[in-house]
Design a protein around this ligand. Structure first.
Ligand code: TRP
Length: 336
């Protein structure tokens, strides 16, 4: 049986190294697997559920996200890249699913709960935001996704999707909807911490290194990275744990024995922060240069980029339309 992978990103800005490690690299691998079909959705409608007043940001970010995808090697001939709002069947599916979910269940969704706090939605909650897990269930089921690779924060979304699938299939006595399998990141793919060491790399924390950052910006960010605040003089013994330079080296360096030696040296004292930062800088510049170069090359290719989104959206719409037909048939509302 063909495995169907579905992933999505909210287009709210450019993608960073955290996305690269956590999901983009994985998508590049998955697209070449046999018996595997990969759909990648730019979730503009979901982005609007907490950015209704800023549609321009979403519009601009669609292109940025697409450029990031292509620059890292996501191949539109091997993966279907599409825009959520271009697939009206998703909204229609959501309409039917909304009847299978209680409002109290949505309020209990842990991701919705914490995001509500974060976004100050506690006193004025957009209904579209409260119900976005149902929209996400539509995204996933429309393509009969069998595998959904997501970060741990998305577990409640997937749980909600599974509940909807079970309810639908039970109530309408059918098996048209497919329960997706959650594919969690490996230890290495877990969300990368930001350069400040405070939390996950994220736009809101302003602690990211972006795939589109230029050489000088990358270097400046690495030089400002959080290390060991007690490592004041070169000869002081330094701490490797919680030191972002070493955390990044663990993830990005191809030469693990070299890192072991550097850690040892740092712990014993005598290895300066600037030195390890320069070492990391060389490694990250090597990774990011070809990505940035490819990104710049594609930036002005407006018609090529639009064509990818058009073709991908057409392919995706065909799939979603088939599922919607089956759903309406199962519900007995396929009148003529
Ligand atoms: N909620 C996801 C995020 O914030 C994006 C997303 C939307 C998604 N629809 C999806 C992810 C369907 C996986 C499957 O990152």
């Amino acid at each position: 049986m063909t495995a169907i992978y579905l992933t999505g990103d909210r287009p709210t800005g450019k993608l960073h190294l955290g996305h690269f490690v956590g999901s983009l690299q994985n998508r590049v691998t998955i697209q070449t697997k046999n018996d595997t079909n990969q759909f990648i959705m730019i979730a503009d409608q979901q982005a609007l559920t907490d950015n209704a007043d800023n549609p321009l940001k979403i519009q601009k970010s669609v292109k940025e996200v697409l450029l990031d995808y292509l620059a890292v090697g996501i191949n539109p001939d091997q993966s279907t890249i599409f825009i959520q709002s271009k697939i009206p069947q998703l909204s229609e599916l959501m309409m039917y699913y909304l009847n299978l979910v209680t409002v109290s269940r949505l309020y209990r969704n842990p991701t919705v709960k914490s995001e509500m706090k974060e976004k100050n939605f506690e006193t004025s909650l957009p209904a579209g935001f409260l119900t976005y897990p149902v929209s996400q269930a539509a995204d996933i089921t429309a393509f009969k996704a069998t595998h959904v690779p997501v970060g741990g924060d998305q577990l409640p979304m997937l749980e909600q999707t599974k509940e909807i699938v079970r309810s639908f299939n039970r109530i309408y006595n059918t098996n048209v909807l497919v329960e997706p399998e959650i594919v969690l990141p490996s230890k290495k793919q877990e969300r990368l911490k930001g350069i400040d060491g405070q939390g996950k790399m994220s736009k809101s924390l302003n602690n990211g290194i972006y795939l589109s950052d230029d050489e000088a910006t990358i270097k400046k960010k690495i030089m400002s990275m959080y290390t060991d605040p007690n490592h004041i003089h070169v000869n002081d013994p330094g701490q490797v744990e919680g030191n972002m330079v070493f955390e990044y080296l663990d993830i990005f360096t191809p030469d693990k024995t070299e890192v072991v030696a550097l850690k040892e040296h740092y712990r014993n004292g005598g290895l300066g922060d600037v030195k390890i930062k320069n070492y990391l800088n060389d490694i990250l510049q090597d990774i990011l240069l070809p990505i940035r170069t490819e990104r710049q090359k594609l930036e002005s290719e407006e018609s090529y980029l639009l064509d990818i989104l058009k073709q991908g959206s057409l392919t995706a719409e065909k799939r979603a339309a088939e599922t919607l037909d089956e759903v309406k048939h199962a519900m007995g509302i396929n009148y003529f």
